[in-house]
Design a protein around this ligand. Structure first.
Ligand code: APR
Length: 310
């Protein structure tokens, strides 16, 4: 049984730790926050849920990195969330410092963890964590694609009046309004989506997906946590169980899709070693154009990060 640390005991981190505990696949979940009592309180509350919901995963809350020693996987959710009117990119100056210092602290206590980044702007924060960790790029990834496809799948399920369980989809690109949902690679129990929905409805859903995070920020005054927390927990589960499931994740590309030295969402196979394979889909001209535009946007934010003196 394994040890997983979640950094940041706010909305997303606490949800991720709680969902993970419910899966009952981890010996211990350490929840760490700069606000120590917040992490302690949420971990204790989650642990007190164990006798009710029947899991054995022990939860520990702390503000001390020593408690994270020898973690197999670390999920980074530390940082500030968006407020209405902000883009994810607006968070860079605050979150870059946080993600850098968190990664350095993690690496002092765990020699070869797998890191899953959730903090925004996601693609660039994943790059930042990879750089300061010194880990192989197969061990540092960002959670965005599972969330973005979940939003897309939920909207489609509603439009089709079918169970969201039956919708399979892939989506690529950065975690922002330039993301590239792929209707051509979307099926409903194996039936191509394009057989079931007209192109105008699909287009509306694609556009709603692109700004799906912003819709929630408008509704709640802060960004979402149930689906993001559960999505990060699903990545942890797949890795720990060595399931070899295929999900869109933010990973470092070295030539795939003609892109180099950039962290971007693409379909990958996840297993016990982290990213076991990057899957290269054949994209048509329009899909490739959208992916390149998304990559250019992420590269511009990455350059802002590279020019920051941290
Ligand atoms: N070390 C540890 N924890 C930190 C640090 C740090 N250096 N800096 C901030 N935190 C903690 C805060 O104390 C807070 O409890 O991170 C937590 C963030 O929680 P929320 O404010 O509730 O934000 P949340 O909605 O969880 O989003 C966190 O994930 O989805 C992204 O855009 C979102 O970047 C944001 C991140």
């Amino acid at each position: 049984m394994s040890k997983v640390t979640v950094i940041g005991a706010g909305n997303v981190g606490a949800t991720c730790a709680n969902v993970l505990a419910h899966k009952d696949i981890v010996k211990e979940v350490v929840l760490l926050d700069i606000v120590g009592n917040l992490a302690k309180g949420k971990a204790l509350d989650s642990w007190q849920q164990a006798p009710i919901d029947y899991y054995s995963t022990h939860l520990v809350g702390t503000d001390d990195y020593a408690a994270t020693a020898d973690s197999d996987i670390v999920v980074i959710t530390a940082g500030v969330p968006r407020k209405p009117g902000m883009s994810r990119d607006d968070l860079i100056s605050t979150n870059a410092k946080i993600v850098n210092s968190v990664t350095e602290s993690i690496m002092k206590h765990s020699s070869n963890p797998i890191i899953i980044v959730v903090s925004n702007p996601l693609d660039v924060m994943t790059y930042a964590s990879w750089k300061s960790s010194g880990l192989d790029s197969s061990r540092v990834m960002g959670m965005a694609g599972i969330l973005d496809t979940a939003r897309y799948r939920a909207f489609l399920a509603e439009a089709l009046n079918v169970s969201p369980k039956d919708i399979q989809a892939v989506l690529m690109g950065g975690h922002g309004d330039t993301m590239v949902p792929l209707p051509r690679y979307t099926t409903v129990s194996g039936i191509p989506l394009t057989e079931l929905l007209d192109s105008e409805t699909i287009e509306k859903i694609v556009n709603r997906t692109r700004v799906g995070g912003g819709e929630l920020v408008q509704l709640m005054g802060t960004s979402a946590w149930y689906a993001p927390g559960a999505a990060a927990a699903q990545m942890v589960e797949t890795i720990l169980k060595d399931e070899h499931r295929i999900f869109p994740c933010c990973v470092r590309l070295s030539g795939e899709y003609g892109l180099d030295n950039i962290f971007l969402g693409v379909p990958v196979k996840l297993g016990k070693n982290g990213i076991e394979q990057i899957i290269e889909l054949s994209l048509n001209e329009q899909e490739m154009k959208l992916l390149k535009e998304s990559a250019e946007h992420v590269a511009a934010v990455r350059d802002v990060f590279d020019n920051m003196s941290l």
